[in-house]
Ligand binder design. Structure first.
Ligand SMILES: [Fe+2]
Ligand SMILES: [Fe+2]
Length: 460
């Protein structure tokens, strides 16, 4: 290349030339790292290297900040003295890359700019950000995949979880999310058909009194099952900590099912207000340290367990998590994308979740964790905030009553009953989806700690 040609080159062309020069040395160094929905190694593929695509993906990625090019993570982090790409580029090359990033923010370059959030497919706009449970901020690495079919048994649940935690970056995740919700609800419907086996799942004709009575009875049964704690605890310290790690993908997104309910304000202001009150508590009401996810993270840290940031792809790759533990949080994240489409089911699911934090199971858990001197705050916070008197369970119940009253006033009793069946299906769905996860965890527990532990501690 002559000097004249060099001057005529655009920063983008010059950046592409730099990458082309590095390619032979870059191959094989990026393991499974993703960029723009592909393994970085695939962009470098010897037969068909795609420099244009790679630059576009880089421009869209969190590694590039067009508002402050020098502060882009690519420059300030990766190629810095402490970064994983230190000395990969010369100072002159870094200058060219910075110049290219600057042009992304200032020209009519058709490449989508980094840090510009895509609109959600239903036009809601940026309602969902990286999960604010802990750490905040951008995902560690932008990964995506071709649109998945949630009806396929080969659905990559970890990847869909990642995409939904970072939903504003992956609008294409909405379709598989909807399919996944439908799949979970179909399972709930089947369980209701078999409800003779599970009387507590059996639906009934709605009236406010019958509904409130049913909730009151199951709450009372759950609380009355509590017996004062007599040592030893059912699980050992090690077993409890193992269990908490398994549940991290769920607890670290606590509250996520309600993250988009603000869009209900226009049509259902009273219902939206109650749901948002719950949501605000779940995410700390403006204090990130008080979010349930942060309290849980605190428990893990106090035990020396440090898991990756939940919005990072390191998190979904973490070998500590079996795939089955993504089932329930994936369902919650998926339904959060459709608060209007699945409103009755969401209301039922919300009630089931808030009630599940009450009763003997959680009370015993506090006793046993305290015995082992494990921080039990994540449990006691739920017992307190989910209370049926005026807490989350009460708000969840009131939202259902208000919704069905609205329907009754506008459309009559038949619609009330039809929507009630959907509410109840949502209520049942929590149990059904969680059951599969619990079963899988039981198998893993047995293989790790032995069958005798289960017989002695769980069955007896
Ligand atoms: Fe919570
Ligand atoms: Fe709650």
């Amino acid at each position: 290349m002559t000097v004249g040609e060099d001057l005529r080159s655009s920063p983008r062309q010059r950046a592409a030339e730099i990458i082309a020069r590095k390619l032979p040395y870059a191959r094989g160094h990026h393991r499974d790292k993703l960029l723009g929905g592909r393994r970085i190694e695939e962009w470098f593929c010897a037969e068909y290297p795609d420099l244009e695509g790679l630059l576009n993906a880089l421009a869209e990625s969190p590694y590039v900040d067009t508002a402050a090019p020098e502060s882009s993570r690519l420059i300030s982090d990766l190629v810095s003295a402490r970064g994983s790409m230190f000395r990969v580029f010369t100072e002159e090359e870094i200058g060219i890359v910075v110049e290219w990033i600057r042009t992304l923010g200032s020209t009519g370059d058709p490449v989508p700019r980094g840090n510009v959030e895509p609109q959600a497919p239903d036009g809601r706009g940026d309602a969902t950000g990286p999960w604010p449970g802990t750490g905040m901020g951008e995902p560690e690495s932008a990964s995506a995949s071709p649109v998945q079919d949630a009806r396929s048994p080969r659905l990559d649940k970890r990847l869909l979880y990642y995409q939904l935690v970072n939903a504003e970056r992956y609008p294409e995740s909405s379709r598989p999310a909807k399919h996944y919700v439908e799949r979970c609800l179909a399972r709930a419907r089947r369980a209701m058909w078999l409800s003779r086996l599970y009387p507590e799942l059996c639906s009934f004709e709605y009236s406010r009194a019958a509904f409130e009575h049913r909730i009151e009875v199951s709450y009372r049964e759950a609380v009355d099952a509590y017996r004062p704690f007599v040592p030893p605890p059912r699980l050992s310290r090690e077993e409890y900590l193992w269990l908490f790690v398994q549940l991290a993908p769920l607890i670290l997104v606590d509250g996520c099912w309600l993250r988009n309910v603000g869009c209900l304000y226009a049509r259902h202001p009273g219902i939206a207000a109650g749901l948002l009150e719950i949501y605000a508590d779940e995410v700390g009401g403006g204090d990130p340290e008080a979010s349930h996810a942060a309290i849980f993270r605190e428990l893990l840290r106090s035990e020396g367990i440090d898991l990756p940031e939940v919005s990072s792809d390191e998190f979904i790759r973490c070998s500590k998590f079996p795939s089955a533990v993504f089932d329930l949080p994936l369902y919650l994240l998926s339904i959060s994308q459709y608060p209007r489409t699945f409103l009755p089911e969401l209301l039922g699911l919300n009630l089931a979740i808030e009630l599940s934090g009450l009763g003997a199971f959680y009370m015993k858990l506090v006793d046993e964790l305290s015995y082992w001197r494990i921080d039990a705050r994540i449990i006691s916070v739920h017992i307190a905030s989910d209370n049926l008197a005026s807490g989350h369970a009460a708000l969840a119940k009131a939202a259902i009553v208000a919704y069905l009253e609205e329907l009754g006033a506008g459309y009559g009793e038949r619609e009330v009953q039809r929507h009630w069946r959907r509410v109840w299906r949502g209520y049942v769905s929590l149990r059904v989806v969680a059951a599969k996860t619990w079963f899988d965890l039981l198998i893993r527990f047995v293989s790790r700690f032995g069958l005798k532990r289960v017989q002695r501690r769980w069955v007896t």
